[in-house]
Design a protein around this ligand. Structure first.
Ligand SMILES: Cc1cc2nc3c(=O)[nH]c(=O)nc-3n(C[C@H](O)[C@H](O)[C@H](O)COP(=O)(O)OP(=O)(O)OC[C@H]3O[C@@H](n4cnc5c(N)ncnc54)[C@H](O)[C@@H]3O)c2cc1C
Length: 548
């Protein structure tokens, strides 16, 4: 008999399955998608990982510690609900993992890291408020695919020995329960497809299946590909759901397993906590429906609402994702603008996603070195040429005309924007500036990593030598679910009331990366892949222990 069924062959599922196989368990891994999509979202990811007190940080002069990271985590999470007990405990353990064995464990599996940690989610409030006090975003050498690779290798090796079966196009529709214990799954066999990785695959049903096991681990991902669910769970504190959103995840991130698990007795908590980006651009070469790409911005672009008003401090690019989203939803429009120069785009625009970073993904040092040469990186330059949201013009009048043309409105006023930019430009020569954004830029440049490769030297926007001028229309981009199936520290799924659902475990995004939402309200970034690694491994180990 099968020991454990794993539902979902994304990163969390692969890690859980690899752990189970290493412990000698017989495992079936099911996924609704074809084999081409093995690895789920993690394959598409940038491979950014949250480490604390890493050798990379120390080499760059960054001093970090578990206590500082925990302070930042708790300040960002803002746990304030009774049901936050397990999420909080997962958070404490996870920060310990990130400050402890996480890097060495991955390193032992051959995973390597870019030597300059990035500074994501800078916060901008008090020391105990939201954000990273220091840079902690470590990009994997080889991006997302290199995070997936060791676990895929281990899973495929177990499949070769017959200990593990991979069954694609198997969609779970029900968890079977006997005497209160989850003992298997029922579902549909979907028609074979030639859909390439990440593409929408058809849902035609060929037949049914039923499988039994001593335990089931659900690792089915979040809800970001299902805009209906995102809108349904949209929290009041973020205003009304946006009328228009892009998808930062493939269509298989459909959230169906949440209700299916609930029907088997599971408690779903913190569904209103989500992590969506506010710097989404329409992919000019889309793979999945409404495919959007997130700009990972440096701090220098001017960020304007749809009417051309600056976002309030400290809502600068890369400072506070959800604070920015909350503000945008008060403006009456669901898009904003970055206004910047060629000099800024060359230094400060990174695009999230493995396919948008062929140099890092392909581990190509030659291509990577081209980033320090003049000119925007290739994928960014392609967006400047083909992207529907980009306006590139030699002067401000033409830029404003282009912005208004793009939205079919006259919301951006040339005199107003000119006055704002002239005032900003004057401050670039003022060492004691009161401009909070320029102060933040100057502070960022005190970090060697930012000064070297990430943050442009402050310069005048209206000096043609720094141009052309660029405006980018930014959409809201769905990405991560922060809530989900409530689990205890053994990754056992709990019932409302706190009793474990016997036989049922969960890990990865469907479990809020542990506990039903270890991030609380906000993330420090690079914490999602790590959350899948940590909770996937825990689920594998604990399910194995539980079945004796
Ligand atoms: C472009 C992009 C960039 C990212 N960058 C980063 C980053 O730099 N750092 C970071 O930490 N995180 C990043 N993330 C987030 C991170 O990749 C995800 O949160 C994580 O990979 C989720 O993994 P998972 O295993 O929980 O779920 P998924 O990867 O979504 O996998 C779930 C799998 O379950 C299957 N499934 C679902 N329902 C069923 C069912 N009923 N029956 C059978 N199969 C089912 C799905 O088909 C899917 O294959 C990024 C994500 C994207 C998309």
């Amino acid at each position: 008999m099968t020991d454990v069924i794993v539902v979902g062959a994304g990163l969390a599922g692969l890690v859980a399955a690899a752990e189970l196989a290493a412990l000698g368990r017989r495992v079936i891994v099911l996924d609704q998608e074809p084999e081409a999509s093995l690895g789920g979202q993690a394959f598409w990811s940038f491979g950014g990982l949250f480490f604390v007190d890493s050798p990379e940080q120390r080499r760059m002069g960054v001093r970090d510690s578990y206590d500082l990271a925990l302070q930042d985590w708790m300040g960002s999470a803002g746990f304030d609900r009774q049901q936050d007990e397990w999420p909080r405990r997962w958070a404490e353990n996870y920060v310990g993992f990130a400050a402890g064995e996480k890097r060495a464990w991955l390193h032992s599996k051959g995973v390597r890291f870019f030597p300059v940690p990035g500074w994501a989610e800078r916060g901008g409030y008090g020391p105990e408020g939201h954000g990273n006090s220091v840079p902690r975003f470590h990009i994997t050498w080889g991006t997302g695919p290199a995070v997936v690779a060791p676990f895929e290798r281990e899973v495929r090796a177990a499949a070769e020995t017959g200990h593990l079966q991979l069954k694609f196009r198997h969609r779970v529709d029900e968890l079977t329960v006997t005497g209160g214990v989850v003992d298997g799954v029922r579902g549909s066999i979907l028609a074979p497809t030639r859909a390439a990785r990440g593409e929408q695959s058809p849902r035609d049903v060929l037949g049914e299946f039923e499988l039994r096991a001593q335990a089931v681990i659900v690792t089915s991902g979040g809800i970001g590909g299902n805009h209906e669910l995102v809108r349904k769970n949209w929290p009041q504190r973020l205003g009304s759901p946006p009328g228009h959103m892009l998808s930062g995840v493939p269509g298989h991130v459909d959230g169906r397993m949440l209700a299916i698990s609930e029907a088997a007795g599971a408690s779903v908590i913190n569904s209103d906590r989500m992590w969506h980006y506010t710097e989404g651009i329409q992919n000019w070469d889309p793979i999945w429906p409404l495919h959007g790409i997130r700009i990972l911005p440096g701090p220098s672009s001017l960020w304007l609402d749809a009417r051309g008003r600056p976002l309030p401090a400290p809502l600068f690019p890369g400072f506070d994702t959800l604070g920015t989203l909350e503000h945008i939803m008060t403006t009456g429009h669901d898009y904003t603008w970055f206004v910047l120069t060629q000099k800024i785009i060359e230094r400060e625009f990174a695009l999230s996603g493995s396919e948008q970073n062929p140099d890092l993904t392909g581990k190509d040092v030659g291509k990577l070195l081209q980033r320090v040469k003049p000119g925007a990186p290739g994928p960014v330059a392609a967006f400047m040429r083909h992207g529907a949201d980009f306006v590139v013009e030699p002067d401000l009048a033409a830029l404003v005309a282009g912005m208004n043309r793009l939205t079919g409105s006259d919301l951006i006023s040339l005199p107003h924007l000119r006055r704002m930019i002239e005032a900003r430009d004057r401050e670039t020569g003022n060492a004691f500036t009161k401009d909070a954004q320029l102060t933040a830029v100057n502070n960022a440049r005190r970090y060697r990593g930012d000064r070297l490769i990430r943050v442009a030297r402050p310069h005048r926007f209206l000096d043609p030598a720094n141009g052309p001028l660029i405006a980018v229309r930014l959409h809201i981009l769905t990405r991560k679910s922060l809530g989900g199936l409530e689990t205890n520290l053994d990754a056992q799924v709990l019932r409302p009331g706190g009793e474990p659902v016997q036989g049922l475990f969960a890990a990865g995004e469907v479990a809020g990366f542990g506990g039903g939402g270890m991030h609380g309200y906000r993330s420090l970034e690079g914490t999602f892949l790590g959350g899948c690694l940590f909770s996937g491994r825990t689920a594998g180990r604990c399910a194995s222990r539980a079945i004796g």
